[in-house]
Design a protein around this ligand. Sequence first.
Ligand SMILES: Cc1cc2nc3c(=O)[nH]c(=O)nc-3n(C[C@H](O)[C@H](O)[C@H](O)COP(=O)(O)OP(=O)(O)OC[C@H]3O[C@@H](n4cnc5c(N)ncnc54)[C@H](O)[C@@H]3O)c2cc1C
Length: 438
Amino acid sequence: MRVGIIGGGVGGLGAAYELAKGGHQVALYERAPFLGGLASTFNVGGGRLERFYHHLFLSDRTIIDLLEELGLGDRLIWKDSKVGFYYKGRIYPFSTPMDLLRFTPVSLVDRVRMGLVTLYLQRVKRWQRFEGTTASSFMRKWVGRRNYEVVWGPLLHGKFTRYEDEIGMPWLWSKFATRVASRDKTFKEKLGYIKGSWGVLIDALEGRIKAMGGEVHVNTSVTRVLTDAGRVKGLAVQWPDSRQTQEAFDIVIATMPSFALPRLVDLPADYLARVQGVEYEGAIAVIWVLRQSLSPIYWLNISDPEIPFLLVLEQTNLVPPEEYGGRHIIYTANYVTREDKRWGMDAEAIVEEYLPHLKRINPGFDRSWVEAYYLHKEPAAQPIMKVHYAQHMPSARTPIAGLWLASMSQVYPEDRGTNYSIRLGVEVARQAVAEAKA
Ligand SMILES: Cc1cc2nc3c(=O)[nH]c(=O)nc-3n(C[C@H](O)[C@H](O)[C@H](O)COP(=O)(O)OP(=O)(O)OC[C@H]3O[C@@H](n4cnc5c(N)ncnc54)[C@H](O)[C@@H]3O)c2cc1C
């Protein structure tokens, strides 16, 4: 069977690899000059680094098994997670149940309450019971006003901005479930990384697909899905030299953000409403290359409305600085809506605005520590999972025979991640081929 894949992120690469293994003729088109999409990398200090921070959980079985299959199992490194919470000028450790019990910004009664709710959520298996409940109303009710104001409100607002009160509880439940599933036998939470970066996995997938006779094209955009009498026929492709061609396919798998599908093909009203109904937020990350470490924490949540970033992530507390020529790598990041002023700001302007706030995280910080910085902006970084999302989520099978959608907006209730995008790409590839053969 001849299969065309739109998008060379990990979802598209996972689908292409699965199809090539099955002996199908596969061609993947990626419009960017590089593969990897949201998990793509760039060079820093002699090493490769993700444009947006990435780590793995022990529960990310699909990607862990895939790394083994590709002979990259020894690239996986696991570290005790070092999570912190910045509140009113202080950094509180926030990794273990004991850390929560010692979190003095809320009263002891509130801490116990938070602990009990955490235990309850970690034990719930049937997340469907939360479908009609918003995360904010659930947390306000069960952890109480103070815990919500100090911890959960800022976290939900940071992640979902103006959608804070619309997010369905299954999304938040999945966060608790993932965290508990990422504990090892000693009950310590572990976070994983691919030594050498996600680029190692992406390169290996590209290499294997090509070795099996598949095509992988970068700098190449799909401009139209071609159809005939309600069935997919092929793709219109724009090549790096601006040539336009039409390529024939029996199956097409689209892996870009779901809202972009209608730009490529006319869809019946019901399915169109579904793909257009899922809103996405953007992400903006500044990557700082520092001469010194900012803090001992890997993942530092910021609960302070005066600080213009949600998260300070010190990559070199997960991966040794030697990977980046001895530099310390820090991400300051935000999820943002389309209206955010930073879309119109350049790296220099954003860095000037952020610099004084790094001093609040570490009073010893000085701008002379900054050797270089990079800015990455991505408009479709996080689908918004509102209440009753399961009812509104677009299906993988589209109403056009042979056209399939495998996008981040179909990862639910788990928070989107490379593990789930690969899993979805592989599953959709298998289903598409099975149906085409039937
Ligand atoms: C800030 C941030 C932090 C994250 N942290 C983690 C983490 O810690 N761990 C983790 O596992 N995951 C993390 N993720 C999520 C992870 O990056 C994504 O789930 C995953 O990379 C999505 O892969 P995808 O292939 O589904 O989509 P994408 O990566 O979005 O790939 C889609 C591709 O389609 C291409 N495309 C679009 N239109 C066309 C067209 N017309 N023609 C050709 N190509 C086209 C795009 O250029 C893009 O490369 C994070 C994401 C963000 C934004």
